[in-house]
Ligand binder design. Structure first.
Ligand SMILES: *Cc1c(COP(=O)(O)O)cnc(C)c1O
Length: 457
């Protein structure tokens, strides 16, 4: 064990390849289906939305995929990211556990999301794409793609969930500073947006609606614009593997190995990023690290959702995948301030949860913000509310270890900082946040809206 606090890698330690869990996965992937025909998608269907290099990565079973030098060069602006031993938090908790966190908040956009935005912009650039369309909820993904588009000289159009657009003006200005165009979704720019506004002019929007708008714009652009997604897809999760690959080296520098690896989950990308390289070590090298995905009780797709085929978006334009889902019509309660609002979960992560290779738990909102501030006061970083879900679980693990008198090595992913999330912290500090548990009956009711897939084998 080392007496250091920060574990820093050199530029030369930046991974040269991404790790593809599909090479080692013990579960066969379920087919991805077209939303219109319910038949398996073909590359030409996906080619309307994505460049071929990313489609090939999406279906690849190669274990390691080389990171292009152009991408590594931009990664070097902020990677390798630090691994930090949370000594002051340990002390504050009086725990026998050792707590480490990987700080992805040091990226220029403030989260892990540039890890995939940069390669996505790169592969689009070399494919001749002129503009990328995307959705953003809290604004982290739009910020990352705006940044990446700027580096590769690609226009970026962001459909931002209207309630966030209103509540987080500085996230919008961040994106506009990198020359992205930002629209409050639902907009009147798309058929789908107009249809939503016609039935509800005051719609607060949702991630599912914003995805539908961004997909519609790309799909009807005659090939000039492509669509970019910040989570859920295999290639996105794979790009995030740089987090876990670096963390493996850094835990080695610390002369420790984690008993449990923790990440928050929205669509699953930052969790997969830190956890899948450790899952590889479990599957291939006999390690027994527990992998714990943490979600809000307000959007509990893993712990309360159904494992089934569902649409990726509200308008049923994006592909259908087999995943844990709350139903594609899911609109998160407006009282929820913690992010992680997507209705589904990445297919690979869903399959691993279903087979017991990973664990999941849901945490309540107030306890999550309480953990966030406890962490901030000890370690000096105000975490993104999303990341605070992982912190809640890490603190609970540390307290459990303390109660049992165990030494437990805990590693969690600090997926981002919360410097743009002061509205949520203000609401918490002023006692305006409430706990909310998404009702099981609502999930049950949503199941009648699922696609009628017959190839359920
Ligand atoms: C987007 C985001 C998440 C949730 O997305 P995943 O794909 O599940 O990682 C978590 N943390 C931060 C800081 C984010 O910006």
């Amino acid at each position: 064990m080392s007496d250091q606090t920060r574990f820093l890698l050199n530029e030369s330690d930046l991974p040269k390849s991404w790790y593809n869990i599909n090479a080692d996965s013990p579960v066969a992937p379920a087919p991805v289906l077209r939303p219109d025909t319910l038949e398996p998608v073909t590359p030409d269907f996906l080619a309307v939305l994505f460049p071929m290099d990313l489609i090939m990565q999406e279906v690849s079973t190669e274990r390691y995929i080389q990171i292009p030098e152009e991408v590594r060069e931009i990664y070097k602006l902020y990677r390798p990211t630090p691994l930090i031993r949370a000594r002051r938090l340990e002390k504050a908790l009086g725990t026998t556990a050792h707590i480490y966190y990987k700080n992805e908040g040091v990226s220029p956009a403030g989260s892990h999301k540039p890890n995939t935005a940069i390669p996505q912009a790169f592969y689009n650039k070399i494919a001749g794409t002129k503009a990328l369309t995307t959705e953003t909820g809290a604004g982290q993904w739009g910020s990352a793609l705006a940044l990446a588009g700027n580096f590769f000289d690609i226009d970026v159009e962001v459909y931002m969930v209207k309630v966030s657009y209103t509540q987080k003006p500085y996230r919008r200005v961040f994106m506009e500073s990198f020359s992205a165009q930002v629209f409050a979704s639902p907009t009147d720019r798309t058929n789908y947006g107009r249809s939503i506004l016609a039935s509800d002019p005051n719609s607060p929007g949702s991630l599912g609606i914003a995805i539908s708008e961004a997909v519609e714009v790309a799909a009807t652009s005659g090939g000039k614009k492509k669509y970019s997604l910040g989570s859920v897809l295999n290639h996105v999760l794979m790009h995030q593997s740089v987090i876990g690959e670096e963390a493996l080296k850094q835990m080695d520098m610390a002369n420790e190995y984690p008993d449990v690896v923790i990440g928050c989950v929205g669509g699953g990308s930052n969790f997969a990023g830190i956890a899948y390289p450790f899952l590889r070590e479990n599957l291939k090298n006999g390690r027994k690290t527990r992998l714990l995905a943490v979600e809000p009780t307000a959007a509990p797709s893993l712990t309360k959702g159904a494992y089934t085929f569902d649409y990726g978006d509200t308008a049923k334009m994006a592909p259908i995948v087999k995943m844990y889902t709350l139903g594609h019509g899911f609109v998160p309660p407006s009282i929820h301030a913690g992010g992680l609002r997507y209705h589904g979960m990445a297919p690979s992560l869903s399959a691993f949860y279903d087979t017991g290779l990973i664990e999941a738990k849901a945490v309540k909102q107030k306890a999550t913000f309480e953990a966030a501030l406890q962490f901030a006061k000890a370690e000096g970083i105000i975490p993104a509310p999303e990341s605070a879900h992982a912190i809640r679980a890490a603190i609970d693990e540390a307290l459990d270890a303390k109660a049992k008198g165990e030494k437990r090595v805990i590693l969690f992913n600090l997926s981002g900082h919360g410097n743009f999330d002061m509205g949520a912290y203000e609401a918490y500090i002023n006692g305006k946040l409430e706990d909310y548990e998404y009702p099981a009956e609502a999930v049950h009711a949503a199941m009648s809206e699922l696609p009628k897939v017959s190839i359920l084998a």
